[in-house]
Design a binder for this molecule. Structure first.
Ligand code: PLP
Length: 391
């Protein structure tokens, strides 16, 4: 999309709430075309429906995801709400099947909105320890006949990687659709639509935005009917991203691949460093051969990297000692690595797992690092310098 009035190379931020339609004939034409949900309308009506700055950012994202279309929303949660809701049809009573190992906010949305308020018939699939069993998943699908299956390629915080190609094919063979939250792996590691997934969503708040300064979500797909349904749902619910956020996200997405590649390299170096330390009981990083789903990651990501999250646990004679070591590490790296409850920022941040997830992952020594793109040696020195304090 070009701004043809001045010789700028960018689409500016169009903050118009409504666009000028001039006369009755043009108004009627614009509204008629709007009901067809053109992806690139010639005449805009109202920014909650469509906005040129937003469309420009969506084109950047479709190029990253190699999808036919992409839609931006106010948050990752509004992208999830949109992606799932387009499958909600009157008289379709088939259940919706969710993996249990998904973002806690998504699990709360399922419990409090889908089940409690909308009365959706929800089924859940649980992993076996730190691994998925496609046979068990297939058994549930055969029995429950879900309309779709929703999962994350890399879980949080244990970083369990799904056997991606195998389960997409298996789910489709039972006539169900596949919706994937690809926030953690990102399009840099794998593009699930190329493997046949029906919809991919992202919390663009994380790696796509990449600077910890935007809350946004994205839905990508190739199916034109799903596009029409998703545009319509976003319009009715008002999940539309603001033009200002879309503009900033667009700029920040231009460097997404460069950033993420470096972040993956740093994460891999940190995982290897921590893996050598006696005081560290366990390092969960899909790039390590010791990770239970390393082979799934290798196949799905094809050597492009293994993600930028490293979860690790301090050893100790009892829970109290583990907790003490965790807290001491957090304190001693705090000048460089701060505790912030998000991920995907350009600088490394951390979260203690137990206070956030509680009984679900009750390991008091566990820390999740979201690795940034700092100078690698500097970052390794910071981590290293945090360790002796707990030795
Ligand atoms: N999906 C995943 C995997 C997430 O980690 C998050 C948030 O942390 C979300 C979705 C929700 O995104 P947002 O916070 O942008 O609504």
């Amino acid at each position: 999309m070009k701004n043809n009035k001045i010789n700028s190379t960018r689409t500016p931020v169009y903050r118009d709430a409504g666009f000028e339609l001039t006369n009755a004939e043009r108004t009627s034409e614009a509204f008629n075309r709007e009901s067809g949900h053109d992806q690139d309308p010639e005449v805009f009506i109202y920014s909650r429906y469509r906005n040129p700055t937003v469309i420009d950012a969506e084109e950047t994202l479709a190029d990253i995801e190699k999808s036919k279309w992409a839609l931006l929303t106010q948050s990752g949660m509004s992208a999830i709400d949109t992606a799932l809701s387009v499958f909600q049809k009157k008289d379709d009573e088939r259940p919706w099947l969710f993996f249990s190992e998904i973002y806690g906010g998504t699990n709360s949305y399922i419990d409090n909105v889908l089940i409690e308020r909308r009365g959706i018939n929800v089924e859940r699939y649980y992993p076996e320890g730190h691994e998925y069993d496609p046979g068990k998943l297939e058994e549930i699908i055969r029995r429950k006949k879900p309309s779709f299956v929703f999962f994350e390629i890399v879980s949080n915080p244990l970083l369990i990687v799904v056997p991606l190609r195998e389960i997409i094919d298996m789910i489709h063979s039972h006539g169900a659709s596949v919706i994937i939250d690809n926030t953690f792996a990102t399009a840099h590691l794998v593009k699930p639509l190329e493997l046949g997934a029906d919809l991919v969503i992202h919390s663009a708040t994380k790696y796509l935005g990449g600077h910890g300064n935007i809350t946004a979500g994205a839905i990508c797909g190739n199916d034109e009917n799903l596009l029409k349904d998703a545009v319509e749902y976003r319009k009715y619910t008002g999940h539309m991203i603001s033009p200002d956020d879309a503009y900033r996200l667009n700029t920040q997405m231009k460097s997404f691949s460069l950033r993420f590649e470096r972040q993956c390299k740093n994460a891999s170096a940190i995982a290897e460093l921590l893996d050598e330390k006696d005081i560290v009981r366990e390092v969960l990083y899909p790039g390590l051969k010791s990770h239970a789903t390393h082979e799934n990651a290798k196949e799905a990501f094809n050597d492009r990297g293994y993600g930028a999250i490293v979860t690790f646990s301090f050893d100790g004679k009892d829970d109290q000692e583990k907790r003490k070591r965790r807290d001491s590490f957090i304190q001693s790296v705090s000048d460089s690595i701060i505790l912030v409850p998000t991920l995907g920022d350009y600088h490394t941040i951390l979260m203690p797992v137990e206070p956030v997830w509680g009984y679900k992952y009750p390991d008091p020594g566990m820390i999740r690092l979201s690795v940034g793109f700092e100078e690698t040696e500097e970052l390794l020195n910071t981590i290293q310098s945090g360790l002796p304090a707990v030795d």
